[in-house]
Design a protein around this ligand. Structure first.
Ligand code: BG6
Ligand code: MG
Length: 212
């Protein structure tokens, strides 16, 4: 029986995927590489460190350990410039309704995000107190596609993995849910998320009758 819901943040709850993309694109330009939309799909759900490794690979560039750390910070500062300006208008379609129905039905909710900025972003959009458990990149050793984020979220909800469903917009996140043996719902473009068990175009489209 399904009892709990685990939600990814960037691209599922908030319109932040574009901000990550713009900040990475700016950094990639420094290496003479033009980040393209296809790269963006591959980077969704991927940790900050692994994203920079991916971009350096594409740009055929190497950095010293110190410069690698500096560029991670530069990207994050640019990203935070966008986050600073965020408010409820950056919630994706139907998110407010989704949280209202989940609360009404008493369904426990957990966040399972790859971002180290998750708490800040949630506070900007007014959803920090909407979760029963929050797992982000600060609490796990292995990022997505490793299942640790979602397994920890289930544990914090006091539930077994198979009692939780996961909403994800990234290929790496759907893989993580699969490996955790959780039912996965792809949010966004089905052609990008062919491994998901079910699809919705946004959280607002989710039919809670399916949950029951
Ligand atoms: C994920 C995003 O949620 O978090 C990725 O989909 C991002 O694009 C990753 O790189 C890490 O985010 P942050 O905020 O820790 O740099
Ligand atoms: Mg995401």
């Amino acid at each position: 029986m399904i009892r709990g819901i685990i939600l990814d943040l960037d691209g599922v709850i908030c319109d932040t995927a574009g901000f990550h993309y713009l900040a990475w694109k700016r950094l990639a330009a420094d290496y003479g590489y033009t980040l393209i939309e296809g790269d963006n799909e591959a980077l969704k759900g991927v940790s900050r460190t692994d994203s920079l490794k991916f971009i350096l690979g594409k740009a055929n560039t190497q950095l010293s350990e110190d410069d690698f750390k500096i560029d991670l910070q530069r990207k994050n500062e640019w990203y935070l410039e966008y986050v600073k300006q965020m408010d409820e208008t950056h919630l994706l379609p139907g998110v407010t309704k989704f949280f209202r129905i989940a609360k009404y039905k008493g369904i426990p909710l957990a966040l399972g995000s790859a971002s180290r900025n998750a708490a800040l972003v949630l506070s900007k959009v007014g959803l920090l107190s909407a979760f029963d458990a929050i797992v982000d990149a600060n609490q796990v050793v292995n990022g997505k596609p490793h299942p640790e984020t979602f397994l920890k979220a289930a544990e914090m909800l006091n539930m077994a993995a198979h009692e939780c469903i996961v909403f994800e917009d990234s290929i790496s996140g759907i893989q993580a849910a699969k490996t955790a043996e959780m039912f996965s719902i792809g949010v966004g473009n089905p052609s990008e998320l062919e491994w998901a068990d079910e699809f919705v175009s946004s959280l607002g489209e989710y039919d809670f009758h399916h949950f029951e």
